[in-house]
Design a binder for this molecule. Structure first.
Ligand SMILES: Nc1ncnc2c1ncn2[C@@H]1O[C@H](COP(=O)(O)OP(=O)(O)OP(=O)(O)O)[C@@H](O)[C@H]1O
Ligand SMILES: [Mg+2]
Length: 371
């Protein structure tokens, strides 16, 4: 399942002396990986059932991922651009909504906290969360801000796969006047009451910020609530986190260290763990597999699944949801990270941000056991 990259042999608090390899090619030949995968699948499989019924709150930026499916027909005469024929629209919960939908699909009891606008996209997000059984009392309607919508225009010919042509983002940061601040605080208190885990999903729209979360996170940690963090732009401002799951670019930006090689990754991870006082740090590295940094060592996990990624949208949400839920359910950090890695690989094997279900996670592990 894993390769121990480095074991800590000194009293130093640095995560490891020897770094993770930088490419999957340099890591292991696929034949050498197969027995390890079967072993991993056997160890991980029981945890899927233990995730059921664990209460987790999601506080963050709730977005709508919208798709316009189009047929590409010709080049315009007005300008050298494609002319598309609009065919259909679909929409899914994105950002914190996707994290919440992943948690619900894994069997967790989910309560959400965040903002939507008084509009159709906000109602769509709410409907999806309600359909998945989430407690949406904390999904507040902001009177002055529209729901954040990310529209991906995808196009192709009749017999070709649709490709993304352009993405249009709508929405701004949610402004918090005193009245909204009070509403938000009450919603956080209610959602996290009795929760064993909290996912903070910060896409930069100010539903959750380092300043807003800081008074809560240390109190949660004292209550042994698992706090998972996925923050697109300001990871370094957070404190008192159980597990953060940045991708390589986010980790580099937050640490202020470029990650050009393994030494860079190790330095960035060490600095980041100290800065945000995180117990665990998982740096996701797309097809190179995530690296888990704990108190004493760094462990590189090989990517799960051999196929090419179909669509990486939402994989990060699946990772933070799964690792937080697994830790909240009592899984050791390595098992939690490995489960999240499998969930990430299932997420990228499908188009759009589609939640990974417990049945899919089990099926992926069962397939892994056959090797
Ligand atoms: N090409 C791939 N093959 C297999 N697994 C992948 C691939 N790309 C991503 N994953 C899985 O998804 C996880 C998260 O991917 P990535 O490192 O791209 O995060 P991210 O950039 O935060 O994603 P997002 O854009 O959803 O926020 C990885 O740790 C891995 O488990
Ligand atoms: Mg991400």
């Amino acid at each position: 399942m894993t390769r121990t990259v480095a074991r800590k042999r000194t009293a130093s608090r640095e995560p490891s002396a020897r770094p993770a390899p930088s490419t999957s090619r340099s890591r292991t030949a696929s034949s050498a990986r197969l027995p390890a995968r079967a072993l991993a699948a056997r160890r991980l499989r029981p945890w899927v059932d233990r995730l059921r019924g664990v209460r987790v709150a999601v506080w963050g930026d709730f977005l709508l991922d919208e798709y316009w499916q189009c047929r590409s027909t010709r080049v315009s005469r007005e300008a050298p651009v494609l002319v598309l024929d609009y065919r259909s629209r679909s929409a899914e919960g994105g950002g914190a909504a996707n994290a919440a939908l992943n948690l619900a699909a894994l069997g967790a009891e989910v309560a959400v906290v965040g903002w939507v606008g008084p509009d159709g996209p906000g109602r769509e997000i709410r409907a999806r969360l309600v359909a998945a059984g989430c407690d949406v009392r904390g999904l507040l309607v902001h009177p002055k801000a529209p729901t954040v919508v990310k529209t991906r225009i995808v196009a192709g010919d009749v017999h070709t796969a649709l490709q993304q042509v352009v993405r249009v983002d709508r929405g701004e940061r949610f402004p918090l006047a005193a009245a909204q601040q009070r509403l938000l605080e009450a919603a956080v208190r209610q959602a996290v009451e009795n929760a064993r885990g909290v996912v903070l999903s910060d896409y930069g729209y100010d539903s959750v910020t380092p300043e807003l979360s800081r008074p809560w996170t240390s109190a949660w940690r004292r209550r042994r609530v698992t706090v998972g963090l996925d923050a697109r732009f300001r990871l370094a401002g957070y404190r008192g986190i159980t597990v953060a799951t940045p991708n390589e670019g986010e980790a580099a930006a937050a640490a202020g260290i470029g990650i050009a090689d393994d030494a860079g990754l190790r330095d960035a991870a060490g600095r980041l763990r100290q800065r945000i006082a995180a117990v665990h740090l998982i740096v996701t590295r797309a097809r190179d597999g995530p690296t888990l940094w704990g108190a004493t060592r760094a462990i590189a996990l090989p990517a799960w699944g051999g196929e090419e990624a179909v669509d990486v949208t939402g994989a990060g949400d699946a990772v933070v949801a799964t690792v937080t839920l697994a830790l909240a359910a009592g899984a050791p950090a390595l098992e939690a990270a490995a489960l999240a890695n499998v969930a990430g690989s299932v997420a990228v094997s499908r188009r759009g941000a589609v939640a990974v279900t417990a049945a899919e996670l089990s099926a992926a592990l069962d397939a892994g056991m056959e090797h």
